[in-house]
Write a protein that binds this ligand. Structure first.
Ligand code: MSP
Length: 674
């Protein structure tokens, strides 16, 4: 353990504000949180930064479409990102927005340093620009599509300030050589080295065609190129020009997706070298989570959202899956099937079941207290097996062993770290099954052996809790409390972990189960329907994610924030077919406290429609009521129940209370609303 608290500064990318987080973004942020928790358990003073990248032409366009000023648009989006990280239990220590004044000042200061040191000049640039990636794309011609995202490029000519990136070919190559761990994993390192060896062209770092950006002082209308702006956020988060006071810079680790490795390992160190500032110690590029073999994106419609998964299975399940399923650095496929399978096998049947077995037996056979260690019990074959468990627990927790859990965390080899922990879980489980402590309970001669078995199982479980905590903070904290431990689990030091620290006589507190088993088909259906609701909120169901905390409503509102200000033609309105319907039956839906399942006569047929009005209308009061129904809406499932149409309601007050439309005169069922 470090003598005096050593600092560790790590970052996620700062995310674009023209969309909300999906599982890909969640992945990077979860990994950062796991490292943060792990490093704290190794005695480091850790700061983790995330934030939002709020400038550029995409935001300009999104704000225009929403009919609001850019500043208002990004403020709402930044709030939604921050709220989601809070809700998921992964808030950053520093959340930096690129519209923050402290950030603006840092960017301007960095530019000034680069300029004073002779690395910036004015010139003209004509090139093909991808407005989606915010980057000029080399080796393309007018009319081409972006080689990265496949969308059309635009030809742009403008006066720019240029950064002399070409002067940094040798310094960068020397730097990579001296710091072989700077770029991880090695495949990415080789890729970047050959890119730099191929020659570096000067880089334009300001724009005059974009308005929504940080101004270059005294050089208006120049604004900074989004990457010069965005990368600097890592520095502005920990003090900007005053970074020395905070003592966190240089960053120890930038975590990024493989898509943005070049910006972080070529441009960023070059900017810092030009300004004569310290360069980060490491950039780690992980792979992508793919959906149907393609990178997730809103435009492809293949995004997986974190919130529905967390509502159904809990955050630990999502964290475990993301880290266990794919070896860090590689691409991996996301599938709900694999997620729920792992949940049931590794969490419900594995860790959850083991903890419950141990606590139940301690409660039943040892009066709810950690039993005596009974170290002097004569060794039998069973106890030898049991000693192997102690040995294994000790072994996987030894910080100096390269194949132990801490060493694997150190190498960001999360899936193998979890494999080791789950190896121990299986061993303890097998041991309990073969030694059958319940069969010793009635035999006074076997009392000591019974106690020893349960002591060792409980102590091994304590090791599991400590070692798995960085990935599974919620359930391990519960296990920790059940083991009668008072101090916060996150404050435990792995280097101090020793066999036998669980005190005999400690009262254990058996509480709820950790991971109730779920039916796979039903769980997937529910996750999918919650995701569907979040992506396409039902107007009559103002807060669709029934079990989500308050932030859900806020972010759902932001997801739909681009309130269309443009008028529509009558032909657009005519696309919506609304008819008078009469409610025939109404009932509540188990597990969905905001939804009612209705059958509605629309004149030509009886439809099943779900409406998010259960908190405001008693089902019985609705029978016979005439309402306005959108009848040509594509059918969809809400909480796993098919809904074939939509009931129209006003949304009233800050909480969006639904008030059903009605008619003051007699109307015929099926009459069209025009
Ligand atoms: N704003 C820039 C980053 C600037 S950093 C100074 C940006 N933002 S982003 O919103 O597009 O987020 C990119 C990051 O999100 C990726 O680098 C990666 O960390 C994460 N991911 C986005 N999609 C992903 C997957 N499908 N899978 C895994 N991670 C992905 O680029």
């Amino acid at each position: 353990m470090p003598e005096k608290k050593e600092k560790f500064y790590l970052t996620t990318p700062i995310y674009y504000t023209n969309g909300l987080p999906h599982i890909g973004h969640t992945y990077t942020t979860v990994v950062a949180d796991v490292i943060r928790r792990y490093k704290r358990m190794r005695g480091y003073d850790v700061v983790m930064t995330t934030g939002t990248d709020e400038h550029g032409v995409n935001v300009e366009r999104a704000a225009k479409k929403a009919g609001v000023p850019e500043s208002e648009y990004v403020a709402k989006m930044a709030d939604a990102w921050r709220a989601l990280w809070d809700e998921l239990g992964i808030p950053a220590d520093e959340f930096v927005r690129t519209t923050d004044l402290k950030h603006v000042r840092t960017v301007q200061w960095l530019f000034k340093l680069c300029k004073e040191n002779g690395y910036v000049y004015k010139g003209h640039y004509t090139g093909q620009y991808c407005i989606y990636d915010n980057a000029f794309v080399n080796d393309t011609k007018p009319g081409d599509n972006c080689p990265d995202c496949g969308r059309p490029l635009e030809t742009i000519t403008e006066e720019n300030f240029f950064f002399k990136l070409s002067s940094f070919q040798k310094p960068l190559l020397d730097f990579y050589k001296k710091n072989p761990d700077f770029i991880q994993p090695d495949t990415r390192r080789n890729e970047i080295i050959s890119f730099v060896e191929g020659g570096l062209k000067d880089l334009s770092i300001t724009r005059t065609t974009i308005r929504w950006g940080i101004p270059v002082p005294g050089e208006e209308p120049h604004v900074f190129y989004v990457w010069f702006d965005a990368l600097t956020a890592y520095l502005s988060a920990v003090g900007g020009p005053d970074f020395e006071k905070r003592g966190m810079w240089p960053a120890d680790l930038h975590l990024v997706g493989k898509d943005i490795i070049r910006f972080h390992t070529v441009y960023w160190p070059a900017f810092l070298m030009a300004a004569m500032l310290p360069v980060p110690k490491q950039v780690w590029a992980h792979g992508w989570f793919l959906m149907d073999a393609a990178k997730m994106s809103k435009s492809k419609g293949n995004v997986v959202l974190p919130r529905p998964i967390v509502n159904m299975l809990g955050m630990d399940a999502l964290r475990y899956f993301l880290l266990r399923e794919v070896s860090f650095g590689q691409d991996g496929n996301f599938s709900y099937d694999a997620l729920v399978t792992r949940y049931n096998s590794d969490l419900a049947n594995g860790l959850g079941n083991l903890a419950s077995r141990i606590f139940t037996m301690v409660e039943k056979f040892c009066a709810g207290k950690v039993p005596d260690r009974q170290d002097d019990v004569t060794f039998s074959t069973e106890e030898q097996q049991l000693d192997q468990i102690c040995e294994r627990a000790g072994f996987i927790s030894r910080t100096e062993r390269p194949d132990s859990v801490p060493s694997r965390y150190d190498r960001l080899d999360f899936s193998r770290a979890l494999e080791e922990i789950w190896g121990l879980i299986t061993n303890i489980d097998t041991y309990l099954t073969s030694s059958q402590p319940w069969a010793m309970a009635d035999d006074p001669n076997k009392r000591k052996r019974l106690e020893r078995v349960l002591y060792v199982a409980s102590e091994a479980l304590r090791f599991v809790a400590i070692l798995a905590y960085p990935v599974l903070p919620n359930c391990t904290e519960k296990i920790w409390k059940q083991l009668g431990q008072q101090q916060p689990l996150g404050g435990q030091q792995i280097d101090d972990l020793k066999w036998g620290q669980l005190n005999p006589g400690t009262p254990i507190r058996k509480t709820e189960g950790l991971f109730p088993r779920v039916d796979k088909t039903e769980a997937i259906e529910r996750i999918e329907s919650m995701a569907n609701e979040e992506l396409n909120p039902t107007p009559a169901a103002p807060a669709p994610a029934a079990s989500a905390p308050a932030a859900t409503g806020a972010s759902a509102a932001v997801a739909t924030a681009p309130a269309v200000s443009d008028k529509i033609g009558i032909e657009d309105f005519a696309k919506v077919e609304m008819r008078v319907g009469q409610i025939k039956t109404a009932e509540r839906i188990v597990g969905a406290d905001k939804l009612l399942k209705l059958t509605v006569d629309i004149g030509t047929e009886i439809r099943q429609i779900c409406a998010g009005i259960a908190q405001y209308y008693e089902p019985e009061s609705l029978i016979g009521r005439k309402v306005a129904v959108v009848v040509n809406l594509a059918p969809r499932k809400l909480r796993g129940v098919e809904s074939n149409g939509m009931i129209v309601a006003a949304s009233v007050g800050p909480e969006g209370r639904p008030v059903l439309t009605g008619f003051h005169e007699e109307v015929e069922v099926g009459a069209r609303l025009k």
